[in-house]
Design a protein around this ligand. Structure first.
Ligand SMILES: [Zn+2]
Ligand SMILES: [Zn+2]
Length: 146
């Protein structure tokens, strides 16, 4: 999606949460958009050296709270951040290396997604729980760590 539309969407999410779209927040969103893959806070600071670490922590928490950014929890200090699927329209899953914390995106074939959704719908029905979507991360060892 175009960066302008992305920023409009983020601005409206922030407005709903009564937050302003400050320059620092805008730069984090741009960095995540350009990275195109889940990144750590350390990587965000490398990609935009003008950002201060303390403000990145604070702003990511707010962006996460309003649903613009998703935190992928791996282990230790390796949390990775990416734009929420609601903003990118790019449904995908993650391979998470439990040794070094590297996170890689992958997509499933549409028929596999639909098989999963049907299975999850049955789970929701049994539990009287309305399913709005799913997150599915695979855990293991990357090629470097295997
Ligand atoms: Zn690894
Ligand atoms: Zn899926």
């Amino acid at each position: 999606m175009s960066a302008d539309l992305l920023h409009d969407d983020v601005a409206s999410l922030l407005r709903t949460g009564d937050h302003r779209y400050t320059t620092g927040r805008r730069r984090i969103i741009s960095t995540l958009n350009e990275a195109g893959a889940p990144v750590t806070i350390l990587r965000i600071l490398e990609l935009d050296t003008g950002l201060a670490q303390s403000s990145v922590y604070r702003n990511l928490a707010i962006l996460e709270e309003v649903g613009a950014v998703v935190r992928i929890v791996t282990h230790d200090d390796h949390a990775h951040y990416e734009l929420a699927e609601a903003l990118t329209d790019h449904h995908h899953h993650h391979l998470i290396c439990t040794h070094c914390g590297v996170v890689t995106d992958f997509q499933l074939a549409p028929d596999t997604e639909s098989t999963l959704d049907k299975a999850f719908a049955r789970v929701g029905k049994r539990a009287d729980f309305q399913i709005d979507g799913h997150r599915l991360d695979l855990l293991g060892s990357c090629a470097e760590c295997a």
